[in-house]
Design a protein around this ligand. Structure first.
Ligand SMILES: Cc1ncc(COP(=O)(O)O)c(C=O)c1O
Length: 495
């Protein structure tokens, strides 16, 4: 089937895209899907403007807007006098990060002793408030729909003037829980609005999940490397971490997890970030996601899915969460709007399967319900077509930023530097050559006005001392280029 000529496919896309999106946006979304699915491969020539006009019965200006939109989003590249071509991803010049070894026996589970190290890194970074922050994990405010959210907030307050003064709903606003449950259907998750609990970001959701399934002293299997915030939570709850090798391409090693679950029957839960793992950026293939859910169910171990980045995955179909394979309520799904929509609103949510009642009780005892205004704003935005349009734009911008940064790293960093280009998000996990210390690079970069995240805070071991996590939070401009050039110079000079 020639997808490009297939009007019925476009009608299908149109039905899926929100009806209120302008025609050029819907057509651009159609061609993004065609490219993401591989029907048009990197280097292929796009149909001409004229072909687009006759194929989709659109005007010249609409066809031109489609091309502009795709070019701005980094999907197409114009070649003078030759037309538009599908862009090749950048940074394939660098070798990829090595796969981890799978040990025959797991390392012993340890209490995390990282809080001081992480706090010191944060404190040092904060001493340079004007530095370009390449150490965070949220995009710059310009990438989020500030004005739209602001006008929604004003309108909602006009209609519900007591929103700031009356007590909110236990468990979260019904409107938001409903919008989240409806959207979950697009990722093959069926969850009732009553099973959704609104939290203060993903961090609170993971906290509650761990408190529901484990007691101080218990062992939790985590990815290695892991998001440092998770390691801080484990430390604060007096839980032990057992680090499981994690592939930079396929995620948590199921082979290593199987070995660990056999050797350590005391493991109470597994925490995994299957979609755009932080810091690796990998997305677990669906077959492995299904196997992970089945493995945890077979062993009777709770599976805590932490996925603040799922909506940032670039793929022809929405990425599936582990929860979509859950058959017996053994998966606690934790998600967040802080990366995809509005870091300032601090909204997250969870659906906790068989631990729902316990989690509700813990949330009530700990913080009561979230503030209402942000929830109403999020409910309206998510429930409208504006959310998908925003996500398309955000993913496109992040892709361009990521590729430009990876390209610059390829140009400026010492020979032997490795990185994987993730299929979404804003994080790059970079391996420095010859065992160079990322702590030394972190310190050396601060006086130059650059913050990075050193690999040492992503594990309780010394395993990642030569890695850095770099984010691409803002459009790639001269400042970003100069910062990466400077980092490359510094990396060449450290031991
Ligand atoms: C894997 C992971 N989980 C949870 C969080 C925290 O999410 P939130 O900001 O929604 O609390 C982050 C933030 O960086 C993260 O990377």
């Amino acid at each position: 089937m020639n997808l490009l000529n297939d009007e019925s496919l476009l009608s299908h896309d149109r039905a899926h895209a929100q009806a209120d999106a302008p025609l050029y946006e819907r057509l651009a979304a159609h061609y993004r899907r065609v490219i993401a699915s591989g029907t048009l491969a990197p280097g292929d020539r796009m149909p001409s403007v004229r072909a687009l006009m006759s194929r989709h019965k659109v005007s010249l200006s609409t066809a031109i807007q489609v091309f502009r939109r795709l070019e701005d989003g980094g999907w197409l590249q114009a070649r003078p006098r030759a037309g538009y071509f599908v862009r090749r991803p950048a940074a394939s010049k660098l070798a990829t990060v090595a796969e981890p070894d799978i040990p025959v026996l797991p390392e012993p589970a340890r209490y995390v002793g990282l809080h001081e190290r992480i706090s010191r890194v944060i404190e040092r970074a904060q001493a340079f408030p004007d530095a370009l922050n390449l150490g965070g994990a949220t995009a710059g405010a310009a990438l989020y729909p500030t004005e739209r959210l602001q006008s929604l907030a004003s309108r909602i307050l006009r209609h519900k003037p007591t929103l700031l003064t009356e007590v909110g709903e236990d468990g979260g606003a019904a409107e938001l829980r409903q919008a989240i449950a409806k959207r979950a259907l697009t990722a093959d998750v069926t969850v009732a609005p009553d099973d959704v609990l609104i939290t203060s970001g993903g961090v609170e959701a993971v906290n509650l999940a761990l408190r529901a399934v484990a007691q101080p002293g218990d062992t939790i299997a985590v990815e290695s490397p892991a998001f440092f915030g998770l390691l801080q939570i484990l430390e604060s709850l007096g839980l032990r971490a057992l680090e499981i090798p994690t592939s930079p391409t396929t995620g948590l090693s199921l082979e290593a997890l199987d070995i660990a679950l056999t050797a350590c029957p005391e493991i109470k839960a597994v925490v995994a970030v299957p979609n755009l793992q932080n810091p690796l950026g990998c997305v677990m293939p669906d077959t492995r996601k299904a196997e992970l859910v089945a493995l945890c169910a077979r062993r009777g171990v709770a599976l805590i899915e932490d996925e603040p980045y799922r909506e940032l995955v670039e793929a022809a179909q929405p990425a599936r969460p582990l929860k979509s394979w859950d058959r017996d309520g053994g998966v606690i799904h934790c998600a967040s709007l802080n990366k995809a929509l509005a870091p300032g609103m601090r909204l997250g949510w969870m659906s906790s399967g068989r631990w729902h009642a316990r989690v509700r009780l813990l949330k009530f005892a700990q913080t009561r319900h979230n503030e209402s205004l942000a929830q109403f704003v999020a409910a309206e935005f998510i429930g409208s077509g504006a959310y998908d349009r925003h996500l398309h734009r955000l993913r496109d911008k992040l892709r361009v930023q990521r590729e430009a940064s990876a390209d610059a790293i390829g140009r400026y960093f010492p020979a032997g530097t490795r990185l994987n280009l993730p299929p979404g998000g804003l994080l790059l996990w970079v391996a420095l050559p010859d065992g160079r210390s990322s702590d030394a690079l972190f310190e050396a970069a601060l006086p130059h006005g650059i913050r990075i995240a050193p690999g040492s805070i992503f594990s309780n071991s010394e395993r990642f001392r030569s890695f850095i996590r770099l984010s691409c939070p803002v459009p790639f401009d001269e400042r970003m280029d100069a910062a990466l050039r400077q980092l490359g110079r510094l990396a060449a000079g450290i031991a």
